[in-house]
Design a protein around this ligand. Sequence first.
Ligand SMILES: [Fe+2]
Length: 448
Amino acid sequence: MTDMDKLQYMHGFGNEFETEALPGALPLGKFSPQRVPYGLYAEKFNSTAFTAPRSSNLRDWLYRIRPSAAQGDYRPMDSGLLRTGPITEVAAPPNLMRWDPIELPSNPTDFIDGLITLAANGDAAAQIGIGIHIYRANRPMTDRFFCNADGELLILPQLGRLALHTEFGILGVGPGEVCVIPRGIKFRVELPDDEARGYICENYGNSLGLPERGPVGSTGYTNERDFMYPVAAYEDREGDFELVTKFAGGLYALDIDHSPLDVVAWTGNSAPYRYDLARFNVIGTVSYDHPDPSIFTVLTSQSGIPGVANLDFVIFPPRWMVAEDTFRPPWYHRNIMSEYMGLIRGFYDAKEEGFVPGGSSLHNCMSPHGPEASVFEKASNAELSPEKYENSLAFMFESRYIIAPTKFALETEHRQLDYIECYSGLKKYFDPEQPDVKIETNQQESET
Ligand SMILES: [Fe+2]
């Protein structure tokens, strides 16, 4: 079992790191000397094209017991409920959709076998778009490893911690934190709390980075220093192991006689990282109006158009609400971007019922949405004193491409077919004789 308290990290988003698990294992002065210390192999790892601009180029050198090429042939395996964009098995309807949490499995299930895809967009083969999955696990991966060639994995635990043993070292992550494993990095998942559930956004597109700060200045929002990277840690294990790879939407397995987590030293700037979402420096209005949720963007994967995201990862963390003469909840809205939301804990201010931790909702391109009727009534009459939203953490995966639900997502019993009814109580208040018409509050409804 991983001792989560003893894990060590290096700090700083996108830094040029160097780390070695044995003294002198990392070659100095050159990346590929004729002989690497300790009889290790040198292997280069490119997360961006060789010729990507220096400012966005992501690559590493790994020094490992065996090169990754020392492996056999893959065999296709059953992908279960895992799906990849484009979703073609069913048409994407414009309906607003919401789901209850999916239960933890009753049979022994590891991180790979417990993956369920709720939605996807773009095309993984073209490296555009995202996949949205739920993971549920109650069996640790010890002799099984996973590698995803289709995209990087943004993992958001909702129940239970994960110990992610990766080629680059070990990361511990739990509810309230996020971690990202770049495309193609091999890892296995242990379960310090015996079971775990959470959300995954599989980013087929450009690697996630930090959004610009604009006039906010040189610090604020996500601060680089708070991103944590693992120190080198290697496994020198031999046995009957399995490496599962996701490639072009399919799952493939191969038998391997040694642990692929055998990197003794590495240097570079493309590696798994974790971030405590409580460190997000929340910046919002101190005067009036509800700002665009883009002020809460933690990580962004840019598409080819400036300011238009393949994926924005946005959180709604604890914060003060102080806006004067303002309808404080999210406004009624139609958006060219498509919005998938989930809840880690607490509640979300536009939906007081039905949107629960572990659940999710999908509001697609131009599908109108906003506060439910009781929230509208209450917020229209609330006394606007300063108020702190506490113990709540919702998030959004926002994408420029329509997010298509899977057949499972459309047909599962976890889908709330009555979701749309939360808008049914939105009444007509308009009266051309009364500019100052009163919004009635249905006390029974708003107090439940
Ligand atoms: Fe929205």
